[in-house]
Design a protein around this ligand. Structure first.
Ligand SMILES: *Cc1c(COP(=O)(O)O)cnc(C)c1O
Length: 814
């Protein structure tokens, strides 16, 4: 894009203030962290519940950004940049995107529905790309912010668009329709997601249908409920597997791992085969086929292309690589937009200073190769990538555009030469179009793992953090507890994400946990809950901050601090207000004051206490008495010492139930990991961890035969048994076996039969269509950790922290 600022200002009806520089705009940004920000960037300072873009303007100015769309000009910056003042910056971004969209006149597909939007979009892109230059939403950019950003990536060379629109509540779709202005509509389906935002299903359907207000055709699965809401003036092209009134009637038949679709349209019949057998994939594939029929593709082409559909992996995965490397696996797509996103992710995750990009040829940019690879080169330079490994014939030709670049003609070539490349101590982004099969590179570079992994959804962690933030006063600080390896979820990666989100403190149980975080480059202050005297030296050396809970501990720490001639080293004073675990009691306070008054070696950074029953209304009176005592004792310290420390007493359920006692900081723990003990609140959190494995073997046993040690399960009828390579050594309680627990295979429950072994367990899959190698969910969306804890008569904390360290953690972003 290249647009005149004057035009933009007119379109969004902004007041142009500040120091005026006329320039062309080539990049729109809303993210202060994006390394693509520069002199030709127009930055929209969006104001969200958790973040205000205006706070970043002064930093951005030092980084060379001159142009800002704002609601007000931050203090003392008026003459430092150009400001375009509007009432609502998000609305301006949307208006601008709609204006930009109106400059292009080619077919645009708008997709909405509860599930399948992203897969349908990616598949259509694959099916239609031989014939069109397609612009599509990157990843699942389908929100009020994501849609305008997607649309703003259109350029002159595109001749077809595919955008998804996602809504979570009333009155959102109209705005998205105004921006996308689709000419072809697809309604994937209506499920129960986001029901909270609507008073009933009818309201939700009506809202979604607003996307199709101006389309020439709507493609959908014919269904009475939807028909009753559909505006009769809209042209439709419908399909069904049950209703013969639909334009296209389909019957399906599964054969092993494929499905045959028998299609009847008017009086014609044809058949296609797709490499999937689950209902969701079949439905998504049919929507794609409908688009091809509508675009008048011949049956032969439809058949050939549909047979090549592939599973869509929409996530950037973070994996441990060989030789101390971290891999960012984005091995399924390569286009300019998603390269930008992946590079931003790389920036946020850098565990090693050195950064390498492995990149294939880029397809469908709509630009000439010359312009494209110049653009890619600029992107790589601004992201400070140390080394580029290009794979493919085209990128090889443009090698000279990159610094420190090695190229290979194809993926096998690269793998054959892997040893000479000395990949070590670095973060490697692996980004390639599907045809390059970069999964082979990932397999070659990945640290070998068992089939069992705990997948951690980093987006869900951000969501949960913001959920609790929204419950607090804006100035209340947040300490996040990452003890016990982030409640079993992973220490460093989560700490890195929290640093990114600018939380104020981290909390760990023991010094070594804090040391390992500091050593891997975490700069946030870290409080150590239970510093043993033997670790005081290390605590000081690594600038950790001890919680001091006894006179004895205080004296021991002071002795070392004074020897080292420290001045005002931060410590945290823990008060016992009723938990009776650690802390100073009321009768210690006088002595505590005397000792602290006498030393300049330490300073009381914070005063804290911990609640025993914040999760239980039954004990509300007790909780309130703890808060009262905390108020009294902390005030006593503050007055006597004349200090102004941070005070904090609330953990996760404290935040929910006693927010009046949030003081200056709260300590968020289990809630971050997606678990609340309040059922209503639970619905609003997102699941963070999914423990997954695979089926190693399937067999059928006869009635009377038994399974496992002790013959604890005996089949009453012929029974199909699947063996899963996860057992009690991985942290799955033996109490979960013998018919108590279940796993999920292909969306169905499979009961655990027989006793759980050390490294394996067996499940009954008699009624489940499944194969060896299929994925198995041990916990996640179903069963949930909460459900398991209930059945096992324990708490979610124990289930999460029991998962053994031999289970690999894989982190991903959606
Ligand atoms: C673990 C812990 C927390 C966090 O508790 P959650 O219930 O997980 O929110 C807070 N404070 C202290 C002292 C803790 O030990």
């Amino acid at each position: 894009m290249s647009l005149d600022l004057k035009n933009i200002v007119t379109v969004i009806q902004a007041k142009w203030l500040g120091n005026r520089t006329d320039t062309n705009i080539e990049n729109i940004s809303i993210d202060s962290r994006s390394l693509q920000n520069g002199p030709k960037t127009l930055f929209f300072a969006l104001v969200g519940p958790n973040n205000d873009g205006h706070d970043y303007i002064s930093t951005l100015i030092t980084q060379g950004v001159h142009n800002f769309v704002v609601t007000h000009i931050p203090h003392e910056l008026a003459d430092k940049a150009s400001f375009f003042v509007v009432d609502d910056t998000l609305k301006s971004l949307q208006i601008f995107a709609a204006y930009y969209r109106s400059m292009f006149h080619f077919p645009i597909i708008g997709i909405t529905g509860s599930n399948g939007k992203t897969i349908v979009k990616e598949w259509l892109n694959f099916l239609l790309s031989p014939d069109y230059n397609i612009i599509r939403s990157p990843k699942s950019y389908n929100s009020q912010v994501g849609v305008p950003l997607s649309v703003l990536a259109i350029n002159e060379k595109h001749n077809f668009g595919i955008f998804e629109a996602g809504i979570s509540t009333r009155n959102e779709m109209e705005k998205l329709e105004f921006i996308i202005k689709p000419t072809i509509g697809i309604l994937t389906n209506i499920g129960s997601a986001h029901d909270e935002g609507f008073s009933n299903i009818g309201e939700k359907i009506k809202e979604k249908l607003k996307l199709f207000k101006n389309v020439s055709v709507l493609i959908y699965n014919k269904n009475k409920t939807i028909d009753s809401f559909l505006n009769p003036t809209i042209d439709t092209f419908s399909w069904s597997c049950t209703d013969h009134h639909a334009d296209v009637f389909i019957t399906t038949k599964s054969i092993l791992d494929k499905t045959i679709l028998k299609v009847k349209i008017q009086n014609n019949h044809f058949e296609i085969k797709i490499p999937f057998r689950d209902d969701a994939s079949i439905e998504n594939a049919i929507h794609c086929m409908m688009v091809m029929l509508y675009l008048e593709y011949d049956y032969q082409t439809i058949e050939t292309r549909m047979e090549l559909l592939f599973p869509v992996e929409m996530r950037l995965k973070l994996k441990n690589g060989i030789n101390n490397t971290t891999l960012i696996d984005d091995s399924y797509s390569s286009d300019f937009q998603s390269l930008k996103i992946a590079l931003d992710f790389l920036e946020s995750q850098k565990q090693y200073k050195k950064k390498t990009l492995i990149l294939s040829d880029i397809f469908q940019s709509g630009l000439s190769n010359e312009d494209l690879y110049s653009g890619v080169s600029q992107l790589i330079i601004s992201n400070k990538i140390n080394r580029v490994i290009g794979i493919g014939e085209t990128i090889s030709k443009y090698k000279s555009k990159f610094l420190n670049c090695t190229t290979f003609q194809n993926t096998d070539d690269f793998i054959a030469n892997l040893n000479q490349l000395n990949l070590s101590n670095e973060t490697i982004l692996i980004k390639g179009a599907r045809t390059f099969h970069f999964e082979k590179i990932v397999a070659a570079l990945e640290e070998k793992t068992h089939e069992t992994v705990l997948e951690i959804n980093l987006n869900a962690i951000s969501h949960n953090l913001n959920f609790y933030k929204a419950k607090l006063n804006p100035e209340t600080k947040i300490m996040v507890m990452v003890k016990a390896f982030g409640y079993g979820n992973g220490g460093f990666e989560i700490a890195k994400l929290l640093e990114h989100h600018k939380v104020d403190y981290l909390g760990v149980a023991f010094a070594d946990e804090g040391i390992s975080l500091k050593n891997s480059g975490i700069n946030l202050p870290i409080m150590v809950l239970n510093p043993e005297n033997s670790s005081f030296e290390a605590i000081i050396q690594h600038q950790l901050e001890p919680e001091i809970y006894s006179i004895k501990g205080l004296k021991a720490f002071l002795k070392i601090a004074e020897q080292k001639k420290l001045y005002h080293f931060p410590i945290h004073i823990k008060l016992d207000t009723g938990m009776h675990r650690l802390g100073f009691e009321e009768e210690n306070i006088e002595e505590l004051i005397l000792i602290l008054k006498a030393s300049k070696a330490v300073v009381v950074k914070s005063i804290l206490s911990h609640m025993a029953t914040s999760d239980d209304v039954k004990h509300q009176a007790f909780s309130l008495s703890q808060i009262d005592l905390f108020e009294k004792l902390s005030l006593q310290l503050i007055t006597a010492l004349q200090i102004n420390p941070i005070r904090h007493i609330l953990n996760t359920s404290g935040i929910s139930n006693f927010s009046q006692a949030q003081y200056n900081m709260v300590r968020l723990g289990i809630g971050l990991y997606g678990i609340s003990n309040d059922a209503e609140e639970q619905k609003q959190l997102e699941n963070v961890g999914t423990l997954k494995s695979i089926i190693s073997q399937i067999r059928t046993i006869d009635a009377g035969e038994s399974v496992g040690y002790g013959r604890r399960f005996v089949a009453e009828k012929p029974t199909k048994i699947a063996t899963i390579p996860i057992g009690y050594a991985d942290g799955i309680s033996r109490h979960w076996g013998n018919g108590v627990g279940f796993v999920t295979i292909n969306n169905q429950k499979a009961t655990i039969v027989g006793s759980i072994c050390m490294d394996m367990l067996m499940v009954d899959v008699t009624n489940i269509n499944c194969f060896e190698g299929d994925s198995v969910i041990i916990f996640g969306e179903s069963p949930t950790v909460i459900y398991m804890a209930e059945k096992l008569k324990t708490i979610p904390y124990e289930i999460l922290t029991s998962i053994s360290q031999r289970v690999k953690r894989v982190f991903y972003r959606e």
